[in-house]
Design a protein around this ligand. Sequence first.
Ligand code: AMP
Ligand code: GLY
Length: 420
Amino acid sequence: MVNILVVGSGGREHALSWKLSQSPKVDTVFTAPGNGGTENNIPINVNDLDELSNFAQENNCFTVVGPEDPLAAGIVDKFNQLNLKVFGPSKQAAQLESSKIWAKNFMRRNDIPTARFEIFDDAKKAQDYVESLDYNVVVKADGLAAGKGVIVCNSNEEAIFAIQTILVKKAFGKAGNRIIVEERIDGIEASYIALSDGKIAIPMASSQDHKRIFDNDKGPNTGGMGAYSPTPIVDDTLAKKIQEKIIDKTIQSMKNEGISFKGFLYAGIMIRDNEPFVLEYNVRMGDPECQPITMRMDFDLYDYLIASVEGRLSSMPPVYWKHQSAVCVVLASEGYPESYAKNEKISGFDSVPSDAHVFHAGTKKLDGQVFSNGGRVLGVTALGDSLESAIANTYAAADKISWPHKYCRKDIGQKGLSYI
Ligand code: AMP
Ligand code: GLY
């Protein structure tokens, strides 16, 4: 039996702890720092690598890292030096997410399909470039900006404003010391996540996120307001194309460059005329994609994570997925992604049907009561025999939960329905 330490405090980490705790090989699952829904919470910040490694050592843990920040800071390298078992990519491999410029140059030199781009640290040169183009652009800050450093532009004026915002006004701090100006690709977005051991990559079930705050994809971008799996947008032919042209090629090219990518590799994909383009890489599970994906797993996740670390995924049996659809609706604090109230008491958990799961994110527990403690608060997730029934089951469960400033999108999954 093994103990597990899940690092993180979001809905993704609750879903990972939930799934891992079902393994007969797993004893206790600790979460650091966790939230109001996770058990065995350890009050250590995700960036406190010393304390995390001390805890993992003292409690003989296999550590599973959820979010990108500690990965980018080198948690995996540190744990490896201490001979501690840890799941996730090294600091060098995490550059695929921590530096968008590194990722774009990597894709360019390895022929991985992505939008045409140029890199700038000078606002005037970036402006001149934009004015020389006959297509719209997206302006991106190089570094980690909590999902906010991307500005999709509808005109040259918007692009120039975006360049000023990131490069001159430094709206995202030093993450915006350099920018990418890239072609805007108009198409349909999907998330494609695979598990790699540095040599091969096993695809996880397909999924689609809903990034904007309001229904019909209106309003500002968020961390994700809901997701469902599988998505009809990625059919078998497209999945094969993504796997070969993007995922396998990424893992192989990393290997050729002397970097072993172990962990979840997430490609944010834009599909135009049936051709996939990489919008971004993440080096971890998606949040909220993780919630519906783990609900559909018909295999022992622990076995596969440890096989990834030990470089033996090719000798593992195939993974099986429940044939049902899963939908996750994020219940957020009204006002998110800007300012919102916290510390509101949440009720209704007991009325949620037992086959739905309420994954916690921004919550905390005080004397047995759950309070809101963040922007994305809960991820209500349920299965159904069709996408339509999974949507109905999820919203029926989500309706049972209430607090004064609860907000959710009402159209999660509809994009998939309209595609069928
Ligand atoms: P990212 O954080 O790079 O995934 O960007 C956030 C969002 O911006 C994506 O989910 C897309 O909706 C949009 N986006 C990013 N790059 C592009 C692009 N080249 N063309 C169109 N939309 C994009
Ligand atoms: N749901 C998007 C992300 O995890 O980055």
